[in-house]
Ligand binder design. Structure first.
Ligand SMILES: *Cc1c(COP(=O)(O)O)cnc(C)c1O
Length: 418
């Protein structure tokens, strides 16, 4: 049986998979089962921050696999403690505490639970608990019942009623809609500083500041979902700092790029006081309030430490900015009407396509038509919404690799519209 046949027979058909069967990777390159090489600007959807099989990451995993892979969170794990310290001191640079999960959706579930604890600690005027988390249209927060309910996209909810109660979705980047949105039961606002899956939409500084001000005014928690944007991809260790660096969030979630390919996520809660007695927000998630058997085990923490230290020591977040500039300048110089705009920050970029200029057979979206063509020519990129494809190369991508990818994109688009 071939791999696609085995899938048909034995794997739930939840993904619309491309026929590609990758079996080996190194750096920016990926090889399929027939030995064909691809330039990979998908990188497991912004997961492989250092590229495939980076020697430092491979060595960290090899070493730790032979020392100790897993211990229960019943015990102390030096690598988990060190990773939390690395995140706090070098990346978030605000006083707070981390919880380690296995994915982004779980990290967001943790934030949602923290909002409810907070809403109990700081109830409504009549003593009723606050519980609502306001999120935004076109957001993506994950696929668990909690994270899916937080996600402001009908297609993600389809067929799964009833959703978890306690969410409301507002238009993104719409300051006017914010003011009227706070209700007595609202406890928190959760947003992606740069929406990824929804089409690569960057929050404006004015909008982010208005959200932060609203949270301050109404005693709401401010949560950033940095699952896709965090840890260097957008040009700073934390994406929101590229937009409005003075903002101090109450909670942050991460996953994707922090493990470079191993399943790890985390959420962070601020140590700031939430009452006059000085009770820290982070203390509201006390013993017994949350847990995960695998979460932050020695193997994944060793891997994540290697990734985060490599990003920091080699200043890969700076390379993300340099390569963004290179991409923007080159694409602008083409003057191709089929490209409407480039959105995003650092190496979380979305190339907007003019749907009227792209022939779309078989009811395919313009983005999928282009993604297919690029794949046939040896470049892997993920779509984002119907009219956008993303460029998510590793943070250590070189000038030559960027130029090669841009060459493929240029030739493909030129031919598509000719
Ligand atoms: C991918 C993503 C998630 C979900 O992460 P999983 O690891 O797939 O659960 C949540 N938020 C954002 C912004 C994402 O891009």
């Amino acid at each position: 049986m071939t791999t696609p046949e085995r899938y048909l027979q034995h794997v739930l058909p939840t993904y619309g998979r491309f026929p590609l069967v990758p079996v080996r990777g190194f750096g920016c390159r990926l090889w399929d089962d027939a030995g064909k090489a691809y330039l990979d600007f998908c990188m497991g959807i912004a997961v492989c921050s250092l590229g495939h099989c980076h020697p430092r990451l491979v060595e960290a995993i090899r070493h730790q696999a032979g020392e100790l892979m897993h211990v229960s969170n019943l015990y102390q794990n030096p690598l988990q403690a060190e990773l939390a310290e690395e995140i706090n001191i070098n990346h978030v640079r605000l006083p707070g505490k981390n919880f380690f999960s296995n994915s982004g959706a779980e990290a967001n579930d943790g934030l949602i639970k923290a909002a409810r604890r907070f809403g109990r600690k700081r109830p409504q005027a009549d003593g009723a608990q606050r519980y609502e988390v306001v999120t935004f249209l076109q957001s993506f927060h994950g696929r668990t019942l909690g994270a899916m309910s937080a996600t402001g996209q009908a297609k993600i909810h389809d067929g799964f009623d009833p959703l978890l109660p306690g969410f409301r979705y507002l238009p993104f980047n719409d300051i006017e809609a914010l003011e009227a949105a706070v209700r007595p039961e609202t406890a928190a606002i959760l947003l992606e500083p740069i929406q990824g899956e929804g089409g690569v939409i960057v929050a404006t500084p004015e909008f982010l500041r208005a959200v932060a001000e609203l949270c301050r005014k109404h005693d709401l928690l401010l949560f950033f979902d940095e699952v896709q944007a965090g840890f260097g991809r957008c040009g700073d260790f934390m994406a929101w700092r590229m937009i409005a660096p003075e903002i101090q969030p109450d909670g942050i979630s991460w996953a994707k790029g922090m493990g470079g390919g191993v399943p790890i996520g985390a959420f962070w809660l601020s140590d700031r006081a939430v009452d006059d007695d000085g009770t820290a927000l982070s203390s509201l998630m006390g013993p017994g309030s949350h847990g995960s058997t695998y979460g932050g085990n020695p193997l994944v923490c060793a891997a994540s430490l290697a990734v985060l230290k490599e990003i920091r020591e080699k200043e890969l977040h700076v390379n993300a900015i340099l390569q963004e500039v290179r991409i923007r300048e080159t694409v602008r110089s083409w003057n191709l009407p089929v490209i409407t705009e480039i959105r995003g920050q650092g190496l979380l970029l979305g190339i907007g396509l003019n749907p009227d200029l792209i022939p779309t057979p078989e009811g395919k979206t313009p983005a999928l038509v282009v993604v297919d063509q690029l794949m046939a020519r040896g470049l892997l990129v993920p779509p984002a919404g119907p009219n956008t494809f993303r460029l998510l190369p590793p943070l250590n991508v070189t000038d030559a690799e960027v130029d090669e990818a841009l060459g493929i994109i240029h030739d493909t688009l030129k031919e598509l519209i000719s």
